[in-house]
Design a protein around this ligand. Structure first.
Ligand SMILES: [Ca+2]
Ligand SMILES: [Ca+2]
Ligand SMILES: [Ca+2]
Ligand SMILES: [Ca+2]
Length: 417
């Protein structure tokens, strides 16, 4: 997506609904409670649920090597490296053995023969477990997610996919096809002992089933967290919602975009909701305003067409379920627009250049109630990733961590509004 286009569209979008006309709050980089310095590349924060430890992936964007550091927001100078080596294609954090110290699951679809999955101790960095691919073209570990406890033993379980993108020219060399089928698989493993709990495949060859998996929370009300699995846009069955307990299909969802994930319970009906990146009609340009869907009915709750955040794109930003940041009983959702360079949002209508931004939308009103903006002209890429953080500021309400190309910042949350 061209920069000029982002600029133009964001200016237009913001002018339609300026933050200054709502009860929203505007924060700048200088308002950060904490800035985690000296990071040498794009930073991806992952939080263990309820914890103030950040797991940060570091390393230059196109480098083959990367590392994952653990940083406590209460003592950011003390860092530990838990992963150092090949850049993870995918990774997530969860407590696989219920000892309250999270583990890191790392997906390496280029490793070994057909890819592998490694479970790494978040405490020591020790490699606790390796799952290997079954076929040379599996691309096993291309996507993964801690789901929560699907089998009721108290330990967080995890899903990993083998999208089997054989026969496609993909950089890195996964293009060898063999005769064992290319349906694509999603497999779920016990966190406690690594045993496979279930697996399910796509419906047809070569559709990239499992190209993305994501944890959603309990959709069908059986007490066990569920997940989504995507195939390629345009395939016969591009998005399915799967029972975490059994792998059975809860629903097939029409979807034309590349990305989907958890949004939290936006409409407060007790069922977690989800977002879909909307496919764009303009050929191969892959950007798409998110649409939010009810997890209960799978019908749209709202979208962002013509509004701030409409040009959110998975390629240049992030989207994150933030929980109920403002205490109104509805979960809220954050959009990171790392390539946004200008927004018209001052009360007098002045255009304020910034370098990336984050917009936090209310699940209740669907309006932006908190904006965080990068420093003008720095092209810092604020909004590469974001997550909610348990209270750091001391007001008893959750806060926010946002990353740029090179830093992680903790910002005060909105408090109870
Ligand atoms: Ca379990
Ligand atoms: Ca369930
Ligand atoms: Ca809901
Ligand atoms: Ca809320």
């Amino acid at each position: 997506m061209g920069f000029e286009r982002v600029l133009l569209a964001l200016v237009v979008a913001a002018a339609l609904s300026p933050l200054s006309q709502s009860e929203g709050r505007l924060l700048r980089v200088r308002d950060a409670l904490l800035r985690i310095e000296d990071v040498d590349g794009p930073v991806v924060p992952v939080l263990h649920q309820g914890a103030t430890q950040l797991f940060l992936e570091r390393g230059a964007r196109h480098a083959k090597e990367a590392r994952i550091d653990v940083v406590s927001v209460h003592a950011p100078e003390a860092r530990r490296t838990v992963w150092s080596g090949a850049r993870p294609f995918a990774w997530d954090v969860g407590d696989a053995d219920a000892d309250e110290t999270p583990e890191v699951l790392v997906g390496l679809p280029r490793a070994g023969t057909g890819g592998e999955l490694r479970l790494v101790s978040g405490a020591s960095g020790a490699h606790l477990r390796v799952h290997s691919a079954e076929n040379g073209h599996d691309r096993f570990g291309a996507s993964l997610a801690f789901l929560g406890d699907v089998d009721g033993d108290g330990c967080a379980d995890y899903a990993a996919s083998a999208p089997q993108l054989a026969g496609r020219p993909i950089a890195g060399g996964w293009s060898v096809r063999d005769s064992s089928g290319t349906l694509g698989w999603v497999r779920v493993f016990s966190g406690a002992d690594g045993k496979e709990l279930w697996r399910t495949s796509g419906l047809a060859d070569d559709q990239g089933f499992g190209s993305h998996v994501a944890a959603l929370g309990d959709l069908d009300g059986d007490g066990s967290p569920d997940l989504l699995a995507q195939a390629h846009p345009g395939s016969d069955d591009p998005l399915v919602l799967l029972s975490g307990a059994s792998g059975k299909v809860i629903a097939h969802v029409p979807h034309r975009g590349w990305w989907a994930g958890a949004a939290g319970d936006l409409d407060a009906d007790g069922v977690p909701d989800l977002f879909l990146e909307t496919g764009d009609s303009e050929g191969s340009e892959r950007f798409g305003s998110p649409t939010f869907l009810s997890g209960r009915s799978r019908q749209p709750l709202f979208d962002l067409r013509g509004r701030p955040g409409q040009l959110w794109t998975s390629g240049e930003g992030s989207i994150a379920a933030l929980g109920d940041l403002d205490g109104d009983g509805h979960d809220d959702v954050g959009l990171g627009l790392a390539s946004a360079e200008a927004l018209r949002l001052e009360p007098d209508g002045r255009e304020v250049p910034c370098s990336g931004c984050v917009l936090v939308l209310s699940g209740r009103t669907h309006e932006v109630f908190l904006g965080v903006y990068g420093e003008p002209g720095t092209r810092a890429g604020l909004g590469m990733d974001l997550a909610a953080l348990p209270d750091v500021s001391g007001d008893g309400h959750p806060d926010l961590v946002v990353t740029s190309w090179q830093h992680a910042y903790v910002f005060p949350g909105p408090g109870k509004r």
